[in-house]
Design a protein around this ligand. Structure first.
Ligand SMILES: *[C@@H]1O[C@H](CO)[C@@H](O)[C@H](O)[C@H]1NC(C)=O
Ligand SMILES: *[C@@H]1O[C@H](CO)[C@@H](O)[C@H](O)[C@H]1NC(C)=O
Ligand SMILES: *[C@@H]1O[C@H](CO)[C@@H](O)[C@H](O)[C@H]1NC(C)=O
Ligand SMILES: *[C@@H]1O[C@H](CO)[C@@H](O)[C@H](O)[C@H]1NC(C)=O
Ligand SMILES: *[C@@H]1O[C@H](CO)[C@@H](O)[C@H](O)[C@H]1NC(C)=O
Ligand SMILES: *[C@@H]1O[C@H](CO)[C@@H](O)[C@H](O)[C@H]1NC(C)=O
Ligand SMILES: *[C@@H]1O[C@H](CO)[C@@H](O)[C@H](O)[C@H]1NC(C)=O
Ligand SMILES: *[C@@H]1O[C@H](CO)[C@@H](O)[C@H](O)[C@H]1NC(C)=O
Length: 336
């Protein structure tokens, strides 16, 4: 009983400590009142002709937590989300948005916003999702945005954003989706992108990016989706791509024989998909291959003899398929 009592006291002490430091961190005078002011400034630069204009519910006598398109944290103390997508909204994003210091998600996609992305976006240090895709936003990507260290989703697809991709983007350590497709970005596709090892989905298609394809894109271990179409990139992907992970996707069909052109591949993992047909013998042209994962698919037919050419192969997993034939005995640790 005594133990329990002191335990409770310790817990209370910890709560005081946590709340105390919390207040110290939030020493700035920002509050739900400044959130409301920031939203009113935001609204003043936006025009909506939609019949159900959600901004018409933004009654200044109510808490902004009660406004449509706005969400707050559980205690209703601060605004954490704005979702005003698909409203045919025109106008521009107010720089006052930077006062919404608790904002985690800003979704303004599918509108007709113009103007530029304000530098003050960089003040939103808790931001995790920024989706302003499908608008008419111009200007450049503010390098200030790199201060949003928690950003997971940056989707600026289909706007008129120009200039270079700021190198500061490489400071994002949590970023999973980087979609800058269909803009007018130019400059080199620098290799700094390969520092964002958390990236799962990288889409830079249809821009004016140039220069060589960075060879270290292959270091993006978590990448599942890469689109670099219609740019002015140079180089032969066949010589650059060293690792291809596409496992666990809903991809089907057969492996094209052109796989043999990806001569630099040292890892090919297409496990846990719905691929079928025979394994093309051209796979035996991948002289650099060390790891081959084709497990859990619907491959059938004979194993190609050419697998025996793969002298560097150290791991191969072809299990859970309908393959027949035997493994070339030059291979060491293998599973069929
Ligand atoms: C933003 O906050 C600062 C200080 O907290 C305040 O001085 C300023 O007026 C605010 N701006 C808006 C638009 O709310
Ligand atoms: C929000 O709206 C609810 C009713 O929908 C109301 O009970 C509540 O008082 C409102 N809160 C604020 C802070 O305006
Ligand atoms: C971010 O942008 C604002 C507005 O232009 C500027 O005043 C501020 O210095 C910038 N902060 C950093 C760290 O670049
Ligand atoms: C951003 O919004 C667009 C348009 O609604 C949507 O297609 C896309 O999936 C969103 N991006 C992310 C990363 O969720
Ligand atoms: C990328 O990471 C490497 C290794 O950690 C580091 O040396 C380099 O400076 C980083 N580049 C950028 C642009 O952050
Ligand atoms: C594309 O790159 C070539 C040389 O690599 C250059 O001559 C050409 O001007 C570039 N085109 C554009 C649209 O940047
Ligand atoms: C790219 O490299 C591959 C493998 O080295 C080669 O077969 C192919 O012909 C090259 N393509 C071009 C356009 O140079
Ligand atoms: C292929 O990737 C899956 C995860 O998608 C992993 O479980 C498996 O071990 C990998 N296979 C090889 C041979 O590396």
């Amino acid at each position: 009983m005594e133990f329990l009592g002191s335990f409770i006291i310790i817990i209370k002490f910890l709560i005081v400590l946590v709340l105390g430091s919390y207040h110290m961190l939030e020493a700035s005078p920002l509050s739900i009142t400044t959130d409301k002011e920031a939203l009113i400034s935001f609204k003043s630069q936006i025009f909506i002709e939609h019949p159900n204009n959600p901004l018409s519910t933004w009654d200044q006598n109510l808490s902004p937590c009660n406004w449509s398109g706005v969400s707050c944290n559980e205690l209703g103390q601060r605004v954490v989300g704005i979702d005003l997508s698909g409203l045919r909204m025109t106008g521009s994003i107010s720089p006052h948005i930077g006062n919404l210091s608790f904002l985690r998600s800003l979704e303004l996609q599918n509108n007709q916003l113009n103007g530029e992305l304000p530098d003050q976006l960089g003040d939103l240090v808790r931001l995790r999702t920024l989706n302003v895709s499908f608008n008419s936003i111009g200007g450049v990507i503010p390098s200030n945005i790199s201060q949003c260290k928690d950003l997971r989703i940056l989707d600026l697809m289909q706007n008129q954003i120009s200039g270079r991709i700021p190198i500061e983007i490489s400071y994002f350590t949590q970023l999973q989706v980087l979609n800058l497709a269909r803009n007018q970005l130019s400059g080199d596709l620098s290799s700094f992108l390969s520092n964002i090892s958390s990236l799962v989905d990288l889409n830079l298609g249809t821009n004016e990016l140039g220069g060589p394809i960075p060879s270290d894109l292959g270091h993006l271990m978590n990448l599942k989706f890469l689109d670099l179409t219609i740019n002015n990139l140079t180089g032969n992907l066949s010589r650059v791509l060293t690792k291809l992970y596409m496992g666990g996707n809903d991809i089907y069909g057969t492996i094209p024989s052109s796989i043999g052109e990806l001569r630099a591949l040292d890892l090919l993992n297409l496990s846990y998909c719905s691929l079928s047909g025979e394994i093309p013998s051209e796979i035996g042209l991948l002289n650099e291959l060390r790891v081959l994962g084709l497990a859990n698919n619907k491959f059938s037919g004979e194993l190609p003899n050419s697998l025996g050419n793969l002298q560097l192969l150290t791991r191969i997993d072809l299990s859970k398929n309908k393959l027949v034939g035997s493994m070339p005995n030059t291979l060491g640790t293998s599973k069929i």
